[in-house]
Design a protein around this ligand. Structure first.
Ligand code: 0T9
Length: 378
């Protein structure tokens, strides 16, 4: 492939063969240096809030329908960050750092123009398979998002197919004291461009946003050669409680703009800059915080010093292996810091029934509300 440095061609070929003959946890495969990203998967939940004003605006909706529209608008507007930002920042999709058990990521988006501060808490709740749990809250606006993320991967026709496991629940405290909940399911991914060493993501199939008021958004994803012939295309319909008929239909490109099909009005526009999450400086972080933990590995990758990167990565992995052995010998197990695991999420079961979610039940990680969010005073 063209994007593969000549010295790494054979190592890339070996990597592709191991992907093709492998299914399960790709994160643990060793990849050639040119494809490594210095960012851990524990940072990815921040993509949910890089347009904080769209998140906080949900609180200002005047009706159930409007609230569902604003949730859909916020959700669609996160997709560009979630699925194309590595291509924009790093040149292609890259292999993220594989988080260790207990790895943390904290951040916030400051209060600007009365939108309220939004806080982010992320914890790696499983290493094998990798599972990341997150909680995002704007207390002033009474909105929160709790979710977890894992993946099942397979290989087909030269592409990696990623089924996302996990879901998110968005909760809005209404002025009348009630809560409205939204169950958010996640799209399927295809990673194309592998042969040429320049991987990129395309979304496919359908995802849902089911509100406890009964309003349902059904979002269909297509790539090149489908309804518009363009990549990153979506079509979303919003239907009223108990109806399958569309009350609103939106379509367009999730990484650019989309419109209301009936009125022609602009719906989403992500061509303007987004706001990255704020964290404390690395020096002030705790040892378990992602950017502190991976600091020297990330620096090695950024500087092209892969010897250092790989030596530092081995240190972390050996320390983890020793920890697991010690726990086993002591008959103890790692205690999660911010989340409790439950086998079946009652909100998923309840709301999933309304659109016949498959599978009908999922486990979840419930936030313990045990962190004082930043910005921290010196
Ligand atoms: C949740 C997101 C997820 C995580 C990443 C598949 C993937 C790990 C999971 C699904 C976020 O909300 C959205 C975006 C990107 C997803 C990653 C893309 C990717 O390639 C990795 C996998 C594990 C790999 O690293 C595959 C090998 C690599 C060489 C291909 C670039």
């Amino acid at each position: 492939g063209e994007a593969v440095p000549s010295a790494q061609k054979s190592s890339w070929a070996t990597f592709l063969k191991s992907i093709a003959s492998f299914s399960g946890d790709l994160s643990s495969l060793t990849a050639p240096p040119f494809i490594l990203s210095p960012i851990s998967l524990t940072e990815f939940p921040a993509y949910w809030c890089e347009r904080p004003e769209l998140f906080s605006a949900i609180a200002d909706a005047q009706s159930n329908e409007e609230r569902s529209i604003l949730v859909l608008k916020w959700f669609i507007s996160t997709l560009k960050g979630q699925y194309t930002s590595r291509n924009e920042k790093l040149g292609s999709e890259k292999k993220p750092l594989n988080p260790v058990l207990g790895e943390l990521f904290y951040g916030y988006w400051p209060d600007v123009n009365g939108r309220g501060q939004t806080n982010l808490v992320v914890e790696q709740v499983s290493h094998h398979p990798p599972i990341t749990a997150y909680y995002i809250e704007n207390p002033q606006k009474g909105i929160s998002l709790q979710g977890h993320s894992a993946q099942k991967t397979s290989f087909s026709g030269g592409s990696i197919i990623v089924k996302q496991i996990g879901h998110a629940i968005l909760t809005v405290n209404l002025p009348n004291g009630e809560k409205e909940e939204f169950l958010i399911t996640l799209p399927r991914l295809r990673i194309d461009g592998l042969w040429y060493g320049s991987p990129y993501i395309e979304l496919s199939e359908t995802s849902y946003i089911q509100s406890s008021t009964g309003w349902l958004s059904t979002i269909e994803y297509k790539g090149k050669g489908y309804f518009s012939g363009k990549s990153h295309t979506f079509k979303a319909t919003l239907s009223r409680p108990g109806s399958t008929q569309a009350s609103q239909t939106y379509e367009g490109l999730w990484h650019e703009t989309s419109k209301n099909v009936r009125t022609g009005e602009l719906f989403t526009d992500v061509t303007t800059p987004k706001e990255e999450v704020t964290t404390v400086p690395v020096e002030e972080m705790d040892e378990w915080e992602s950017r502190r933990l991976w600091r020297w590995v990330a620096k090695g990758i950024r500087d092209g010093d892969f010897e250092t990167a790989s030596r530092e990565k081995s240190k972390i992995e050996n320390e983890q292996r020793q920890r697991r052995r010690d726990e086993q010998a002591a008959g103890t197990s790692w205690a999660l810091k911010h989340f409790d695991h439950i086998d079946s999420d009652p909100i998923f079961e309840h709301l999933g029934r309304l659109f016949k979610a498959n599978p009908p039940t999922e486990d979840t990680y419930v936030y313990r509300h045990n962190r004082n969010p930043g910005p921290e005073k010196a």
